[in-house]
Design a protein around this ligand. Sequence first.
Ligand code: KG4
Ligand code: ZN
Length: 359
Amino acid sequence: MTILGIETSCDETAAAVIEGEGTKLNLLSNVIASSLELHTKTGGIIPEQAAREQVKYMLPVLKQAVKEANTTLDAIDAFAVTYGPGLIGSLLVGVETAKTLAYTLNKPIVPVNHMVGHLYANFIDNDSIEFPALGLVVSGGHTDLLLIKGHGDLQLLGGTRDDAAGECYDKCARLLGYNYPGGPKISKLAEKGNSDAFDFPRPMLGSHDYEFSFSGLKTAFLNQTKKLFPVLRNAHAHEKIGWQEIVMENDLSEKEKQLVYDLCASLQKAIITVLVRKTLRAAQQYDVSSIMISGGVAADILLRETFQKTLQEKKLPIKFSVPPKYLCTDNAAMIASAAYFNFKPVPWSEITADPELYF
Ligand code: KG4
Ligand code: ZN
């Protein structure tokens, strides 16, 4: 069965074709157009502008995905589309495009939850995941831990009470003058830093649940950074000054630069410690066979390595799965994958975009 997936929940316009047989899923094409550069210029995502960009890219991206898969729209067996959560204007572009395709070609259509989609990136070109499994979705908007007993049998164990892990990275990076996405920038700066230099809090590490919280950590990073760099305090009062110039290029001695690296490494360690320890605790409590992680933050090399290393050290017989980097961030292949393994078509007229959708 071939499924064409469409994903337009935020600033990426994506279409992909997958081919599934039994538990095997092959990726035939995966096309993504991003309007990130535009939003970087405006200093953040303006929802209406993001929606307009979706309209601009949707059909060319769709055409390219079909072409790269070496197929035709007529030969596609079913369509899959993200219907939430996300920005309403952006979501509508994908939803209405997919509905039009399903209606005109008289093919089934499967609506997919974006967060569930992230988890299913793990099943692309990988049929080794065993249930029960634990899923950690770490993105810009979510930090959620799920128990998955089988396809379609998901139980939310806990989620973030405030900022998501990715949001924490993004906001801390912003303080240092870096635009969205902040996660990769913090990781890069952290490579040269000492992760034990600053003792940042490990929020909710000791709580007896699977909830997360990252806003206190963000505040600790903010306070420490401003204390170390009085120039940042002054600059804060003058919003027009570019943070990046101040921190990385303007008058920073080697010693001061090292402080920035250390701050980033310490922040990264705090986030990774909480994510890995809480996930492993849940894995043991629920006696799972596999752990899968996904979402933009799962692209971080150190997070992946820490999961692998800790599982080995603890000699836990649990399989660890993480998609390749390009399938961790938003894409349409994961949407098609979720639809393949949870094939529940809905009449096209009943599908509506739901920006607030949860699990
Ligand atoms: O899944 P995603 O592309 O979009 C959402 O659904 O939110 O995730 C975006 C988030 C951003 O917060 C970004 O800073 C973070 O993922 N991110 C990373 C990396 N790449 C993206 N965080 C840490 N390390 C990375 N390499
Ligand atoms: Zn996402």
